[in-house]
Design a protein around this ligand. Structure first.
Ligand SMILES: NC(=O)c1ccc[n+]([C@@H]2O[C@H](COP(=O)([O-])OP(=O)(O)OC[C@H]3O[C@@H](n4cnc5c(N)ncnc54)[C@H](OP(=O)(O)O)[C@@H]3O)[C@@H](O)[C@H]2O)c1
Length: 283
């Protein structure tokens, strides 16, 4: 639904071809924002753009790697030229990689032996280049957009930023150490940026989604439709709401955190949208 507050304000959404941010981008377009869709794969962004055009929304596609400051600066300059300064920044680009994930939950003495099964990937087998790239995408990939678009917001003395944390931000889940340290870093970075930019009129908050099925996590968790894996069952068991999240579950929090009429005094916060997972001690 259109809203005068959002109308014609520029919203930059990174990871806009993904499961969560495609829905968020469309929602912001429906509210009246001019939405900049950023990601590395044109086809994914095109799908989001098509969904936005179908509701008469306004968007532009910009393919870029969020860790590449030079190309992102070029995007920022083009956006400013065409639509003016960025007002809302949604730092949704992120993700994990199987080679940075252990196959076992806990140390297994087999990791040290010659009989280690081929499919076993313990802590000592993690690919460190991939490990670093996961940390980089999920941390530097938020810092860089804040540098290039934050400059525009600071110059206007107005802006709201939403970063993407995770359940891993609070306590690391088993098996995903690279992703976990990165998402813990996002909470810290959100606090740093909130403090640093408060006097520039920019509020910086984060959402910490619980478990939402995307193209990668479906392989790890399964889904109610195709059947849950053991890990998927364990997640649902510890989610008081008894289900995975739908991207639409995030929209109220996004609206609230972007809108100065509702959250002018809220900055530096990470808000869990998790069906209660974070509150559940597991017993
Ligand atoms: N789904 C969940 O349960 C969940 C839970 C907690 C937190 N999160 C976080 O929420 C955010 C969105 O998640 P999602 O489920 O929507 O993931 P997704 O479907 O995998 O979407 C992530 C998007 O980010 C883009 N991306 C990745 N690396 C990039 C880079 N270096 N530069 C530019 N774009 C990049 C990807 O597109 P390209 O590969 O085409 O660039 C992809 O479309 C992520 O930060 C994720 O970590 C998700």
């Amino acid at each position: 639904m259109g809203d005068i507050y959002f109308e014609r304000k520029v919203a930059v959404v990174t990871g806009a071809g993904g499961k969560l941010c495609s829905v968020i981008a469309k929602h912001l377009a429906e509210r009246g924002c001019y939405v900049v869709l950023i990601g590395r794969t044109f086809e994914k962004l095109k799908k989001t753009a098509d969904s936005i055009h179908a509701v008469n929304g306004t968007c532009m596609i910009k393919t870029a790697d969020v860790c590449d400051e030079k190309s992102l600066q070029k995007v920022a300059d083009e956006v400013k030229e065409e639509w003016g300064s960025c007002r809302f920044l949604i730092n949704g680009a992120g993700g994990n990689n199987n080679k940075a994930i252990t196959t076992n939950y806990y140390f297994d003495p087999l990791e040290l032996s010659d009989e280690k099964p081929e499919e076993m990937r313990g802590f000592f087998d993690l690919d460190m280049d991939i490990f670093e790239s996961v940390v980089r995408t999920n941390t530097i990939g938020t810092v860089v957009p804040m540098r290039v678009f934050g400059k525009q917001m600071a110059a206007e003395n107005a802006g709201a930023v939403i970063n993407f944390a995770s359940m891993n931000s609070y306590r690391p889940l088993t098996r995903v150490p690279a992703y976990a340290i990165a998402k813990a870093g996002i909470v810290n970075l959100t606090e740093f940026l909130a403090v640093y930019f408060a006097n520039a009129g920019i509020r910086v908050n984060a959402v910490a989604p619980g478990f939402f099925i995307n193209d990668r996590s479906i392989k790890i968790l399964g889904s109610p439709e195709i059947g849950l894996t053991e890990r998927g069952k364990s997640v649902i068991r510890q989610t008081p709401s008894g289900r995975f999240g739908n991207p639409e579950d995030l929209l109220g929090t996004i609206d609230w955190l972007l809108d100065d009429r509702l959250s002018a005094y809220v900055t530096g916060q990470t808000v869990a949208v998790d069906g209660g997972f974070q509150a559940h001690a597991g017993v």
